[in-house]
Design a protein around this ligand. Structure first.
Ligand code: ATP
Ligand code: MG
Length: 284
């Protein structure tokens, strides 16, 4: 569990970049942080993993203030994927890269080797490949794999899909979804509302160092005030649904649809026919 209690933060000790931020991430949550550039999302992530300490208020990880936790203890509790994966890649081969976290924690040995071998197999990596020669998507997957190989109970991902093509994005996010289904708590920063809508169950929106909304994903993404304040556009289907919903006589299911299958079914029902399975599956 991660708790922010009235947290303010600054890089230079003077200018506050976070102001009175409070929220709780419970075990098993899948939370997305959204908001404009400079809103304070990455700063919030740095506070959550103890890289930065608050100037006021408290950040608690599993009930303990980050100021009282050693870096190694925090690293065991929270895996952190930087905004740029190249900041975290530092070894000459994929295998060494995946072993690096165990070495840093003094946990090398047969068990660590076995975990690394398993993840190489699962991700289909070439163990001897040079990380910097891999393409962007594979480097991102490697950075993610180097965190999850340590099996932290919580992972924080700062823009895990930026710069990836659609196929790479889906590959990374499917891994993240699977981890969350297995009980890992996921906190991610994401600018892509389609990804947020598809994967996160909860959204925290930030503007100018403050939290302006915290709630179920589509409650936040359908809230006109929040969309305006945080300068975000909802996923396209949600936007269409919001627009149609303003028209008189719009069927309630159309006005509430958040996904393509929901919209297809709602429109079919409005026409008095049933959406065929083929129709829904083809686009779902
Ligand atoms: N290392 C730093 N030193 C000084 N100021 C910083 C530093 N990192 C960020 N800032 C400032 O803190 C504020 C919040 O930045 P932050 O990186 O947390 O925003 P963000 O929401 O992650 O933005 P983006 O979407 O662009 O990644 C910004 O005004 C930024 O200029
Ligand atoms: Mg950022």
């Amino acid at each position: 569990m991660i708790e922010f209690k009235n947290v303010s933060a600054s890089y230079d000790g003077e200018l506050a970049v976070l102001n009175d931020v409070s929220f709780t991430v419970n075990d098993g949550d899948f939370v997305a942080f959204v908001g404009t550039n400079g809103a304070g999302k990455s700063t919030t992530m740095r506070l959550a993993n103890g890289l930065l300490k608050p100037t006021a208020g408290e950040v608690l990880v599993d009930g303990v203030p980050t100021t009282a936790l050693k870096t190694s203890e925090l690293a065991r509790r929270i895996g952190f994927l930087f905004q740029n994966p190249d900041r975290q890649i530092c070894c000459n081969t994929v295998r060494e890269e995946l072993l690096f976290g165990f070495k840093a924690l003094g946990e090398e040995g047969p068990a660590a080797e076995a975990r690394v071998d398993a993840i190489i197999e699962r991700f289909g990596f070439d163990a001897t490949a040079e990380p910097y020669l891999l393409n962007r998507g594979t480097r991102q997957l490697l950075a993610l794999a180097s965190i999850i190989v340590l099996a932290p109970p919580t992972i924080i991902l700062d823009e895990p899909t930026t710069g990836l093509d659609f196929r790479e994005c889906v590959k990374v996010m499917e891994v993240v979804r699977e981890l969350n289904e297995g009980g890992t708590t996921v906190v991610m920063v994401c600018h892509d509302m389609e990804v947020v809508g598809d994967f996160a169950r909860r959204v925290i929106a930030m503007t100018a160092g403050r939290v302006v909304a915290d709630g179920a994903t589509f409650d936040v993404l359908r809230d006109g005030r929040v969309l305006k304040e945080a300068h975000i556009l909802p996923p396209q289907v949600t936007e269409v649904s919001l627009m149609l919903g303003r028209e008189e006589g719009c069927p309630r299911a159309v006005a509430a649809a958040n996904t393509v299958p929901q919209m297809v079914q709602a429109l079919a029902a409005a026409r008095g026919v049933e959406a065929t399975t083929v129709e829904v599956e083809a686009i779902g």
